[in-house]
Design a protein around this ligand. Structure first.
Ligand code: LLP
Length: 426
């Protein structure tokens, strides 16, 4: 996070608060959110994309306090399940600022979104067009919708988080003609208001050329729709997926750069196609919340394995950060509770779960005197860590603490064994 530094005795201080104080008060593991950092990233996106709408992708991390923060910062919100919608609404997010995604929204979820009056629904299948048409007709409402287009871009990221190549479950294929058919079907349904097209090519993307190809292809479809039906769709959403730095090797674009590039390509393509430039929106999740959080763990055991490397076991693991095991993601780690001048050694930070894939940080140099009781911080865990956390091995999920101006505020409490047992009704 932006507001982290070493204090006088070498321990990390976040937004004016010593991490040892956070650990003493809330226990470990704990996700520590630098609130001003999160807010400043919202503002960076909002000022770079000042004439566009910025939807925070809630799947990265959602709780009521964060909904309020992003709403205060003028963001819109993307949700993709009834559960995320419920959190958003219960935090007072204005429904008209919510977009509803998902490749398999249930009839109940669609009905709830209509009843709440969400600002837009992103259509993902022909069944969904039929379902939403029926529900809207029953209710006498005319929801605003986008059609999600699969543009056939191979995004350079992990296979599981790329979403625009042809062979996957999201959206309507452009190449196969389904996207055009879907747009025409929606235009023919007078109870649906087609606002535009949507494309999301994947996540943790650094190469902006994927967005350029995608923008060009959706605008080509937009021109085909105009030619066939005489309508120019007023909006275009280019999705999220902007990469963040997990280690010093990653070099992400600034929101300013992204805004410039996306606008330039959309304007150029609109000129070629003789289209009016549509109102743009984007959906960053990771880039807003990812860097604003670090996980604080306590070291339990330290094991040197035949001089190959040292295994530093912490009190969490794949249940609070599945990303290393699932995507082979790279993280870094640092001893947070003190400074050390001892030579570094090659360490692997592992968790307490019963499998050897339970790795938090694959390779990191930690001081050779790393020992039980030390606090270890793993930065960049704001996105897709708490939101993908599990109870594997009946490990209760950690709390989230927001720190600002030297004060800590619990925003998601730690799960307890009682919480776990409460579900076990057999
Ligand atoms: N919009 C749509 C339609 C999406 O599907 C996603 C992410 C986003 C926006 C936000 O993407 P972001 O800006 O956060 O990259 N669990 C994976 C990431 C899955 C992303 C799913 N969709 C991970 O931990 O890397």
């Amino acid at each position: 996070p932006r507001n982290v530094a070493r204090g006088a005795d070498g321990a990390l201080v976040v937004a004016g608060l010593d991490v040892r104080t956070v650990a003493a008060e809330f226990g470990t593991p704990v996700y520590v959110l630098d609130e001003d950092d999160l807010r400043s990233r919202c503002r960076d996106f909002r000022s770079a994309f000042d004439t566009e709408d910025v939807y925070y992708a809630g799947k990265a991390f959602l709780c009521r306090a964060v909904v309020r923060m992003i709403a205060e910062e003028g963001m819109f919100l993307d949700v993709c399940t009834g559960g995320e919608l419920a959190v958003a609404l219960s935090a007072g997010m204005p429904a008209e600022r919510i977009g509803f995604h998902g490749n398999n929204k249930s009839v109940a979820e669609l009905a709830r979104a209509l009843d709440a009056g969400v600002g837009r629904i992103i259509l993902d299948s022909f069944e969904e067009i039929d379902r939403l048409t029926a529900l809207a007709r029953e209710r006498g409402v005319r929801p605003r919708v986008l059609v999600r287009v699969t543009v056939g871009v191979e995004a350079h990221t992990h296979e599981f988080i790329a979403t625009a190549h042809e062979d996957q479950k999201f959206g309507f294929s452009l190449a196969g003609g389904a996207a055009a058919t879907a747009a025409f079907r929606v235009l023919d349904e007078d109870v649906l208001e087609l606002r535009g097209l949507h494309s999301h090519i994947g996540s943790q993307i650094f190469d902006a050329s994927g967005f350029e190809v995608s923008a060009r292809r959706v605008l080509d479809l937009q021109a085909q729709i105009r030619d066939a039906r005489g309508v120019e769709l007023p909006e275009l959403d280019l999705g999220g997926g902007f990469g963040i730095a997990y280690t010093t090797q990653d070099d992400p674009a600034t929101p300013q750069d992204l805004a410039k590039r996306l606008r330039r390509i959309v304007e150029a393509e609109c000129l070629v196609q003789r289209l009016a430039v549509p109102h743009l929106s984007i959906e960053p999740g990771r880039a807003i919340v990812g860097p604003a959080v670090f996980t604080l763990y306590e070291v339990g055991t330290v094991k040197d394995v035949d001089g190959i490397r040292t295994y530093v076991s912490v009190d969490g693991g794949m249940s609070d950060n599945i990303r290393t095991a699932l995507y082979d993601a790279s993280y870094s780690a640092t001893v947070a509770s003190r400074a050390s001048t001892v030579e570094p050694l090659l360490a692997r930070v592992v968790g307490k779960h019963c499998e050897s894939g339970d790795i938090v940080v694959k390779d990191e140099f930690l001081p050779a005197d790393v020992q039980p009781g030390d606090l270890v911080a793993v930065p960049g865990t704001g996105a897709y860590c708490r939101s993908m956390a599990s109870n594997y091995n009946h490990v209760p999920r950690p709390p989230v603490v927001a720190v600002r101006d030297g004060r800590a505020r619990l925003i998601v409490r730690r799960e307890t064994e009682a919480d776990l047992l409460a579900l076990d009704v057999g």
